[in-house]
Structure formats: structure tokens, C-alpha cells
Design a protein around this ligand. Structure first.
Ligand code: FEO
Length: 165
């Protein structure tokens, strides 16, 4: 069993801090888009999502600290695309989560190659989380397709999303 985290894995984990903060930024942008549309339930849902992403970033930060690795903070870039429509935004969230799942998988496969059991164990939580995040994003798209086409349906959906804790 390897006890040392390689420089390569450490670089990937540091980059993931940036990616998680960038995810928070993307979802904050979505929240702002929904605020402007008067859909405060959707906005709340994405504000909470943004906070979750910050907490993901901090899990990577804490893991790097616990394993005595250097923290190398990278610039947080603005979201590349502005939300255009409700449908496009919900779909962009799913595409983004699939992208993040790919990033986590890449670190996992590298850790597997290097027999880095601590990192493999650490990433288990994120694998479960990514399944949930993709599921949530997919479910929002489905709900919007079913209910979003009428003002009454959209109102009910917005109300449901406002219940997120
Ligand atoms: Fe941190 Fe939504 O993945």
C-alpha cells in the first residue's frame, strides 16, 4: 500500500478545489438568472447548490491538508456561458455534473493506477454524491418538461423547489 500521495494526484486534487468553486459560481449564476425571472424557488435551489459545491471544494482542501500536501489555489474563472432559458439552464446543469463526474473518475482511475488507497477511499463519497447530483439534475429536467409549460405548473414547481433545505 502506498502511503504517499504522488505529485500528480496532488495536482489533480488541487485542481478539483478550483473546479468545485467554479461549479459554485456556475450555480450562483443560475440562481441570479432565476431571481431575475421571479422564480425564487428555482433561485433558492441553485443558491443551496452553490453552497454545496463550496463544501465539496473544502472537502478536497481538508483532504490535502490531512495528507500533508501543498495547497495551490488556482484562479476561479467566471462561468463560460450565461443562462439563456429555463430549459437550457436545467440541461446545462446536467451536462456540468456529468463533466464533474468525469473529473472525479479521472482522479479515481489515477489513484487506482498508483494504488493510492487513501485517495480511493476519500473519493468514494464523491462517487455517491455525483450519482445523486446527476439524478437531481435529470429529475429537474423531467419535472420541468412535465409541469413547466403552464404558468400553474411552473408556479407549483417553483414552490416545490423553494422547500430545499
Ligand atoms: Fe461538486 Fe455538483 O459536484
Amino acid at each position: 500500500m502506498s502511503r504517499e500521495i504522488s505529485t500528480f494526484i496532488s495536482t489533480l486534487l488541487n485542481a478539483q478545489i478550483q473546479k468545485e468553486f467554479e461549479s459554485a459560481y456556475i450555480y450562483l449564476g443560475f440562481a441570479a438568472f432565476f431571481e431575475q425571472k421571479g422564480l425564487s424557488g428555482f433561485a433558492k435551489w441553485y443558491k443551496i447548490q452553490a453552497r454545496e459545491e463550496e463544501s465539496h471544494a473544502m472537502k478536497f482542501y481538508d483532504y490535502l491538508c490531512r495528507t500533508d500536501q501543498k495547497i495551490d489555489l488556482l484562479p476561479i474563472n467566471a462561468p463560460q456561458k450565461k443562462p439563456e432559458s429555463i430549459e437550457q439552464t436545467l440541461k446545462a446543469a446536467l451536462v456540468h455534473e456529468e463533466y464533474v463526474t468525469g473529473l472525479i473518475s479521472n482522479i479515481y482511475f489515477q489513484a487506482e493506477k498508483e494504488n493510492d488507497l487513501f485517495t480511493l477511499n476519500f473519493l468514494e463519497w464523491f462517487i455517491t454524491e455525483q450519482l445523486e447530483e446527476e439524478e437531481n439534475a435529470r429529475s429537474l429536467i423531467t419535472k420541468y418538461e412535465i409541469f413547466g409549460s403552464t404558468p400553474e405548473g411552473l408556479y407549483a414547481l417553483d414552490k416545490e423547489l423553494s422547500q430545499r433545505k
